[in-house]
Write a protein that binds this ligand. Structure first.
Ligand SMILES: Cc1cc2nc3c(=O)[nH]c(=O)nc-3n(C[C@H](O)[C@H](O)[C@H](O)COP(=O)(O)O)c2cc1C
Length: 368
């Protein structure tokens, strides 16, 4: 996990296999421009030795915003801040990626001033989501173009690449899901070919608007019950993403040791199923419950080339540097607010982490 990796097309060299996964942190300005707190938080992980540092999900168009304090990439006015951020991350030797995002049904009108839209009109269980309207073909085409334009802005700002957020039930996965996408035009319907068209078009747009040196990866969730994302279809989509020119595939698992819902008795872990679906040597990144070097090594032995960490990287900004020493055991939550502040989290981010069960000593209690 401490050995370098060269990404084939771009020729970019990662100093190791350790990745800071995208984390929403509520630290950007209300207009989507960079705040210094966001820069400090990410630059600190680059200093800590991670090979890739990914920004939070950043919205490619104003109506795609999912949370307050989210980074924006929908306007050239965002470029100066992005440039400072890329410089700070790359200046410490990490590869910098922006995660490109649109919330779809998860972009509330209270934030955007518009009724959310998605592939179809459907209702999500729980949490009080609004019922989205179905997008017109013209809106879809405009949003595909917005992904491309956002990627171009990231390259202009000096980022090494982007990761398209096709996971966790946001817009790109809403198009993939059979429940959330019941269109009967070229962008959806019963066949996965048509439901995958949006994510492949977004990839294509990002590739078309950037140079060969620019990295374009894609993050997906293999299974999402409430919107109908299915494991076998996800394995097929993964192969199409490779053919479509993705530089890496990032599979988000939340718990990389949990068996598939569809195949609970499969002797093969999900990481291995994706490894086997991809061409040999194609970079596979896995995230989900990885805390220790031993766990990272186990996931790599199952077939991952890159391991992404979110919660472990919050409390252990120097994880990669420390992992070079034998016997390193990363600290685990609950973390005190003081420790989190010392780890370059601002008050807004510490407060957000209080909502994650068991994470902050004075936050929401751990389940059970
Ligand atoms: C505070 C927080 C914010 C997150 N925000 C995002 C996000 O913006 N985009 C995304 O793809 N995943 C997001 N995630 C999910 C993580 O990237 C990761 O997949 C998940 O936390 C599981 O990894 P872990 O066990 O290492 O934390 C977030 C996770 C946390 C803890």
């Amino acid at each position: 996990m401490l050995s370098p990796l060269t990404l084939a097309r771009s020729g970019r060299v990662l100093r190791n296999r350790l990745v800071v996964a995208a984390m929403t942190n509520k630290q950007s300005n209300a207009d989507g421009t960079l705040h210094d707190d966001e820069l400090r938080w990410l630059a600190r992980r680059a200093e800590g030795g991670f090979g890739i540092v990914t920004t939070c999900a950043a919205h490619v168009s104003p109506e795609g915003q999912g949370w307050e304090g989210e980074l924006g990439v929908f306007d050239d006015a965002h470029i100066p801040g992005l440039r400072r951020l890329a410089g700070a991350i790359e200046g410490s030797g990490a590869l910098s990626l922006v995660q490109l995002f649109h919330g779809g049904v998860r972009a509330p009108s209270s934030l955007t001033g518009q009724r959310p839209w998605s592939a179809s009109s459907f209702s999500l269980p729980g949490e009080g989501f609004e019922v989205p309207r179905a997008a017109s073909a013209e809106e879809i085409e405009r949003t595909v173009e917005a992904f491309g334009a956002a990627a171009a802005r990231c390259e202009a700002a000096g980022f090494s690449g982007v990761e398209l957020h096709g996971a966790h039930g946001y817009l790109l996965s809403q198009f993939l899901g059979s429940r959330s996408n019941q269109r009967d035009d070229a962008w959806g319907g019963p066949s996965i070919e048509r439901r995958a068209r949006f994510i492949l078009a977004a990839l294509d747009a990002a590739r078309a608007r950037t140079s060969e040196r620019f990295v374009v990866g894609v993050r997906i969730s293999p299974e999402i019950e409430d919107i109908g994302v299915d494991l076998d279809e996800s394995l097929q989509v993964a192969r199409w993403l490779v053919e479509g020119g993705a530089d890496f595939l990032h599979v988000s698992l939340w718990d990389a040791w949990k068996p598939s819902r569809k195949r609970p008795d499969s002797p093969k872990p999900l990481t291995t199923l994706f490894r086997e679906a991809l061409p040999e040597g194609f970079p596979l990144m896995i995230a989900g419950g990885i805390w220790t070097p031993a766990q990272a090594a186990e996931i790599m032995a199952q077939g991952a080339d890159l391991v992404a960490m979110a919660r472990a990287a919050i409390g252990n900004p120097d994880w990669p540097r420390q992992a070079a020493e034998p016997g390193f055991e990363p600290a685990r939550p609950p973390f005190s607010p003081e420790r989190l502040r010392q780890s370059a989290l601002s008050e807004a981010f510490v407060d957000y982490m209080r909502r994650w069960p068991g994470f902050v000593t004075d936050g929401r209690p751990a389940a059970g």
